[in-house]
Design a protein around this ligand. Structure first.
Ligand SMILES: Cc1cc2nc3c(=O)[nH]c(=O)nc-3n(C[C@H](O)[C@H](O)[C@H](O)COP(=O)(O)OP(=O)(O)OC[C@H]3O[C@@H](n4cnc5c(N)ncnc54)[C@H](O)[C@@H]3O)c2cc1C
Length: 506
């Protein structure tokens, strides 16, 4: 019997498998697709924008260089890492099709930003992400079994049994990372609620007879939206049809051409459609991410439109949050309620993303009311505050878990704090343990931290830039659990360490 069976070797399942493998759990991943490669995962159809928060998750586990190499991105962080001055981001993306100017982001308004190797989002592909994660998973002893479709799930108080491809697999825990049409979600009886679609979206690789009729770039039109990248014949479009297109069908060339003509307001002609698929803005989320011994992460727990490029980032955030908690539960040293904090922390973040996509769909509707809203939004997004607000929401920097502390850093993703000798927090997190960084003069937390050595690394030393802190306790997922002043309160530190890491061993 495995400690954990994960259903789905997409990016979320693989990231979670790496986290669990790193923590010493035995992990089996069951994947329906016989092959990892597919044109849907390669550039350009598989292109995905990773947020800075997601890139940081790779950095903290020592996978940043492989990710950049696989993504064909040079490793120039675009900012001077030797300063402690925050620099503006290079990319901000769009809101409801309205492009934003990165130079407008007010970096002084971003909470606790310090330069680090993972400051920026990265344009990558599903193929690149999955290749990096598959290689790491295999190094960590994770078994990925392909060509098996999970069709039944049963659980009792001790274990879970999964049926797939005529075999039964037993595990202590099961995690469904099997995407938007998750079988695990239905089989384990999760409730899935939300809103019905307003539009059907399409992406395709197609040849156009008269390309001059379609302007390159992203265009909101009075009837919808289209997007064209000239070099690669990649076309995306949205039509506000109430989600009427029958998505069990592959869209035909005739249908795609008719939609493109309507949304572009031209008589453009598609001569050849090599690949095409559709999606909608149906926005649904499960009401919990755990039912007994079955958990969900990624698209299996939440679906929404790709507007704002957030689904993969949201799912990776789930995996990072869940991995160490599930591993502690498997090893029997989880504190009371640790596993349930996964739903408590991640469900509200997911709900915010769903609303972010709903807001964009509402603003993009081809009707006079939405067009009036677009005018207001254009004005707001043209301001420094407006651009900064969108950047905070889409980069993950506005995310904060409610951990019951009023300290403004607690519950946030930790900045990449650096010791005077150049060591960065991100470098200290590779083994998946939490980190206690103690900048106080008398290293007063050293003794307290000894009790949790196998779960938390203690590092004391003068900080390069301590942001006014005397010490911080960072969870394995990079979230600040506790922040102390220059004379840190040992008792408070021990209480928080016990809350997240269980009883001390000595
Ligand atoms: C056009 C488009 C553009 C997008 N752009 C972005 C972007 O820029 N940024 C971003 O963050 N997100 C983006 N997304 C969303 C992102 O692609 C998804 O959120 C992400 O891929 C979800 O990952 P996942 O691992 O949860 O699920 P998936 O990637 O769907 O993986 C699920 C895996 O489970 C397997 N599986 C399914 N059922 C079974 C079963 N019964 N048994 C065994 N295996 C099974 C599947 O074969 C698959 O390999 C975009 C989506 C679309 C459609």
């Amino acid at each position: 019997m495995h400690d954990v069976v994960i259903v789905g070797a997409g990016p979320v399942g693989l990231f979670l498998a790496c986290e669990l493998g790193l923590a010493g759990c035995s992990v089996l991943v069951l994947e329906r697709a016989p092959e990892g490669r597919s044109p849907w995962k390669a550039d350009p159809l598989g292109m995905r924008g990773l947020s800075a928060a997601s890139v940081e998750a790779f950095y903290r586990r020592g996978m940043l260089d492989p990710l950049l190499t696989a993504s064909g991105v040079d490793d120039d962080p675009g900012t001077d890492l030797d300063t402690d001055e925050p620099s503006p981001p290079r990319g901000v993306s769009h809101f409801a099709g309205m492009m934003l100017d990165p130079a407008q982001v007010d970096v002084t308004a971003l909470p606790f930003r310090l330069p680090g190797p993972a400051m920026e989002g990265v344009m990558t592909s599903l193929e690149a992400v999955e290749t990096v994660l598959s290689e790491r998973a295999s190094e960590l002893g994770v078994e990925v079994r392909r060509g098996v479709t999970v069709s039944a799930v049963a659980q009792d108080g001790e274990s879970v049994v999964v049926q797939a491809g005529g075999h039964e697999y037993g595990a202590r825990w099961l995690v469904g990372c099997d995407g938007g049409r998750s079988a695990v979600r239905g089989l384990a009886g999760f409730e899935f609620v939300g809103t019905e679609p307003q539009f059907t979206g399409y992406v395709m690789l197609a040849a156009v007879a008269d390309p001059e009729k379609l302007r390159p770039g992203f265009h909101l039109t009075p009837t919808g939206m289209y997007l064209r990248t000239p070099a690669e014949e990649y076309i995306g479009m949205l039509e506000f049809d109430g989600g009427a297109f029958d998505r069990s069908q592959r869209p035909t060339r005739e249908h795609l051409q008719a939609v493109l003509r309507r949304v572009s307001g031209t008589d453009v002609t598609l001569t050849d459609v090599r690949l095409a698929s559709s999606f909608t803005d149906r926005a649904m989320q499960t009401t919990t991410y755990r039912q007994g011994r079955v958990l969900l992460a990624g698209d299996s727990a939440h679906i929404h439109s790709p507007l704002g490029a957030q689904g993969l980032n949201l799912g990776l955030g789930d995996a990072v949050n869940l991995g160490w908690k599930l591993a502690a539960t498997v090893h029997g040293h989880a504190s009371e309620g640790l596993l349930d904090s996964y739903t408590r922390e991640r469900l509200p973040i997911g709900a915010e993303v769903l609303d972010w996509t709903r807001a964009q769909a509402a603003a993009m509707r081809p009707d006079p009311h939405a067009q009036a809203i677009q005018g207001v939004l254009r004005d707001l997004l043209g301001t420094r505050d407006g651009t900064t607000y969108v950047f905070k929401r889409t980069s993950g920097s506005s995310n904060r878990y409610d951990l019951g502390s009023e300290h403004p850093l607690v519950g946030r993703n930790s900045p990449d704090l650096r010791l005077e000798d150049g060591t960065r927090l991100g470098d200290l997190m590779r083994d998946g343990r939490g980190v206690a960084l103690d900048f106080s003069l008398d290293r007063s937390l050293r003794r307290s931290a000894m009790g949790w050595e196998s779960r938390m690394r203690y590092v004391g030393g003068p900080a390069r830039n301590d942001l006014g802190l005397g010490a911080v306790l960072v969870r394995p997922d990079g979230t600040v659990a506790w922040a102390g002043d220059r004379d840190p309160d040992r008792k408070a530190f021990e209480q928080v360490a016990g809350h997240w890491f269980g009883a001390p061993q000595i």
